[in-house]
Design a protein. Sequence first.
Length: 230
Amino acid sequence: MKEIFNIFSRKRNRPKIIERPRIIADYREKNSLLIPELISLGIDVEFQTLKVADYLVKGVAIERKTVSDFISSMLNRRLLTQLEEIQQYENKLLMIEGIDEQELYSNNFSEERMGLHPNSVRGFLLSILLRYKVPIIFTKNSEDSAKFISVLAKKEEKEMSMNVKKKSLNAKEQMQYILEGFPGIGPKTSRKLLKKFRTIKEAINASEEELKEILGKKAQTFLKIISDRY
């Protein structure tokens, strides 16, 4: 007698679909040697117009400079503005690329750049670390840079806050932005509040018990800020 296969006897193992890591790059990076390196490592690159940073990777804003671009932006002080703007992100990096291809401190290179002394470069690097609190990664070339970004892109995802400036927000993003201004309310929590109460007005008028379902102990702080006089 032929055995009948019981489809309920055990679960079938379905092949797991692995999504390719995705990063966002500023459109001005399209012609960078870094882009084909990233694609070769299995990274999907989405180009957007970024007002701040060159790359957004899993909650980290990356400002990328070649050695020559770093010196140029140091001299014309463009980098100072970029360092100020990137402070809007909790996690940020300055990536200086090409230290195997061009010496950062050599006297010859410094003389080409209007007599810039190597110690001026060292002092500026210290200022980036100590004053602006921006970590620096030195990479050998575009291939090395791509490997750093690839490792970062494959780490556990951390959602990025919408609470950054120099961007035109749509209506939903503006609502989220307002709620993220309250202590302890991040992107996920602000969306939960909006999904539950639909409007900011309804969230503000909600009872403490209703707010506690999402905010927990932070509900008291939320209500206190709303009720306090200026």
